[in-house]
Design a protein around this ligand. Structure first.
Ligand code: HDE
Length: 706
């Protein structure tokens, strides 16, 4: 292969992965080749290139020549590298994996993917933020996209979901308005990737149906710690159809194996500066380390009788069905185990579409879903530039497919033979099949053609309140703080007041807290409600992140601040305890070259202190000598490392010698809280890791006043 690849025109290319030079063969497979045995650089037409450093000129200092086809082709291609970014969900990160079916669901659906226990279906997932552009930071306060493409044996099935189970609007016709309002304001072109501005809150305060979603977006759900620790929701009600075309309504939920976890707002703001790629780096690192993230797909199944008796309209995407009412049943697991070879080819060009459903899955009449079914096909043409975007490997089905669609820009495969239509007399080509083919549910519909919002969609506050009262006190406080922060950036008083008038319909205490923090003297009247909100709905534990946290510290990361003279045995003990737990650690040192420990070994730094602030870690450990602590106490970055970890309610392990640093960071050790853990032995290191399973010291929140 290596030898052949030297022959010009064999359409191979080299890639560097982990310091190995790889050649892609004509079949797409990667081969390793020896250094210095790289294939000859060619133009896109296959002509070998002799000099890629200098353009063709008249003389050494003369003008460049237009006949330099290599230069022109290279620049021409570069000039056209960009495609339009997604109008929403522009910033995203994808990974490959598989879905494994737990058991047959043939009773409910004839979808091929759910027929056989143990079957593995290839999958591609793209996580995203919504509002920011492609280059924006990962920790924006925003909804996260959770789009899953399942390459089933009867066609691609896309579950294009979010990490929040409801949406801002009830009808697709409002989508351009909500999105325009959250994007940078058109006259000034800012703010980027933020909802904290007048236009967004103006629209929201004039749109009561958004109140339930607003509670979610102001909660810590909108600042997840990692893609690996968040849920995904299909949002809409869909249908399962079995062989007899009998329908069961279904809602889809992805539950992360590692439990739920978010960051705190002050941390999010700092992470965006320290590592704008925090979420994508996390996914990359986990998959490269073989720590494959996993979710269970759960379904909430219900029939028409339940739909008719439920408090809300199951077609209304601003409502959810509490898990206490319909229990989510796990039906399979999704494992992400491979990063794309190329970000553009796969993550950027992947085209998710809600209307990609295989036989056995069908839509409900949710007006948001119906609108999406138009939008997703339409947008791919704009973005990918050709109707043939299904020819791209990432979008092509992995099952056999046959149709008569042909030609168009960049057609990479066309029907062969004489017949490109059917029926035909040549006995060629595919034919439709009523038994195997997709069949829609025979839904009976009647009524006049109208532009109306159903009366059953009119209660905008009851579930917003249910969400709020289902949270722990800490989470309720975060919602109040988020609303205060966002509205503090709103310059127009009437918009702030309008929001408070809505909050009064959700929770009086919340409205009063936010109004007071905004310095509002008089409370406005509660907003007019289309219909009176119901009596309190029962609290639902499933809605809280803290109540659904992890059972272990697996998948998390400790930042270990070291200095010269750091206790070698303790560093090793901590590393071992973390490894046992399935967690990792990174060394933060005054110099990237590392420090010398008590055994005279060099402990290499993964970060220098400024480059590895504590916001990047789930917990921290201070393993320093007394001299080191005194020196670090004089450095702002080291003091911030400690003070931030404490303020962000993290578990902090420290050796006694670290006292001067802790003191200078403003942390008194005379009466340490449960999250400040003195360590000196391997048993202590184990106890620290066990304590870290709680992730945060919530009781400290009162003290630090985040
Ligand atoms: Fe999307 N949405 N959306 N959306 N959406 C897009 O399609 C749209 C909605 C979601 O990683 C676009 O390929 C309309 C709800 C995700 O590539 C576009 C409406 C939910 C992604 C579009 C909605 C989503 C998109 C832009 C209201 C959660 C990223 C680029 C009717 C259930 C997929 C693209 C990826 C992307 C339209 C509402 C999730 C323009 C019209 C509700 C995860 O077609």
């Amino acid at each position: 292969m290596a030898k052949n690849s030297r022959t010009p025109g064999t359409a191979t290319k080299t890639t560097k992965i982990h310091d190995q030079t790889l050649v892609r063969g004509t079949g797409g497979e990667l081969h390793q080749i020896a250094e210095g045995d790289a294939p000859v650089l060619t133009t896109a037409q296959g002509a070998p290139v002799s000099d890629d450093q200098n353009t063709l000129k008249y003389g050494e200092r003369g003008p460049s020549l237009i006949e330099d086809f290599h230069f022109r082709e290279k620049i021409f291609h570069f000039d056209h590298e960009r495609i339009p970014e997604r109008v929403v969900h522009a910033r995203g990160y994808g990974a490959h994996g598989y879905f494994e079916t737990y058991k047959s669901l043939a009773k409910y659906t004839r979808a091929d993917i759910f027929q056989r226990a143990g079957e593995k279906t290839p999958a591609f997932v793209r996580f995203s933020t919504v509002a920011g552009s492609k280059g924006s930071a990962d920790l924006a306060r925003d909804v996260r996209g959770f789009a899953v493409k399942l390459y089933t044996q009867e066609g691609n099935w896309d579950i294009v979901g979010n990490n929040i189970p409801v949406f801002f609007i009830q009808d697709a016709i409002k989508f351009p308005d909500i999105i325009h309002s959250v994007k940078p304001e058109p006259d000034r072109g800012f703010p980027q990737a933020q909802s904290a501005h007048d236009n967004f809150w103006d629209f929201i305060s004039l749109t009561p149906e958004s109140m339930h979603m607003v509670m979610w977006v102001m909660s810590d759900r909108a600042i997840p710690r990692s893609f690996r620790f968040m849920e995904g929701f299909g949002v809409h009600t869909f249908r399962f159809l079995n062989e007899k075309d009998e329908s069961t309504f279904v809602k889809f939920i992805w539950k992360p194996k590692l439990g739920l976890q978010s960051v705190v707002w002050n941390e999010a703001v700092k992470i965006n500066g320290a590592d704008p790629d925090y979420h994508r780096r996390d996914l990359w690192n986990a998959i490269q380390a073989g720590d494959f993230p996993e979710w269970e797909l759960c379904v909430q199944l219900f029939d028409q009788d339940f739909a008719d008796s439920f408090d809300f309209d199951i077609l209304d995407p601003t409502k959810l069905i509490p898990e206490e009412i319909i229990e989510p049943i796990p039906v399979g697991r999704l494992v992400l185990d491979r990063m794309p070879d190329n970000f553009f080819a796969e993550t950027e060009q992947v085209a998710f579409m809600t209307q990609n459903v295989p036989p056995g899955i069908d839509f409900s009449n949710d007006p948001l879903l119906q609108g999406r079914n138009f939008s997703y096909l339409d947008t791919q043409l704009k973005r990918l530039g050709s109707t043939n975007f299904t020819h791209l490997p990432i979008n092509a089905p992995k099952c056999p497919f046959h149709h008569f669609q042909q030609d168009g820009h960049m057609a990479m495969r066309n029907p062969v033979g004489r017949a490109n239509y059917q029926p035909n007399s040549w006995g060629e080509g595919p034919r439709e099949n009523p038994q195997r083919g997709f069949r829609s549910f025979r839904d009976e519909v009647e009524g006049p053609k109208v532009r109306l919002r159903a009366e059953s969609f009119a209660d905008h506050y009851s579930q917003a309140r249910q969400f709020f009262i289902s949270q722990t006190v800490h989470e309720q406080k975060h919602i109040a703080m988020a609303l205060t922060f966002e509205l503090s950036k709103v310059e127009t008083p009437v918009i702030r007041e309008r929001m408070i008038s809505h909050l009064l319909n959700i929770d009086e205490g919340l409205a009063e807290t936010v109004a007071e923090k905004l310095g509002m003297k008089d409370l406005p009247k509660p907003a007019d409600a289309a219909i009176t909100p119901r009596d309190d709905l029962p609290a639902s534990d499933a809605l809280s992140i803290i109540k659904n946290g992890p059972e272990s510290f697996a998948g998390r990361k400790v930042g270990v601040l070291v200095s010269d003279g750091a206790d070698a045995a303790l560093i090793k003990a901590l590393a071992a305890a973390l490894k046992k737990e399935g967690a990792t650690m990174e060394i933060v040192a005054p110099r990237i070259g590392g420090v010398e420990d008590t055994e005279g070994n060099v402990v290499e730094g993964d970060h220098m202190i400024d480059g590895g602030p504590s916001v990047l870690f789930d917990a921290v450990a201070l393993i320093v000598s007394n001299e080191g602590a005194q020196r670090l106490a004089g450095e702002a970055a080291a003091r911030d490392f400690v003070a931030d970890a404490f303020a962000h309610l993290k578990f902090v392990a420290y050796v006694k010698a670290a006292a001067p640093l802790l003191e200078k960071a403003g942390i008194a050790l005379d009466d340490p809280d449960e999250g400040l853990i003195a360590i000196s032995s391997s048993r202590d290191a184990g106890a620290f890791v066990a304590a870290c399973r709680n992730l945060r010291v919530w009781a400290r929140e009162e003290v630090v006043k985040l």
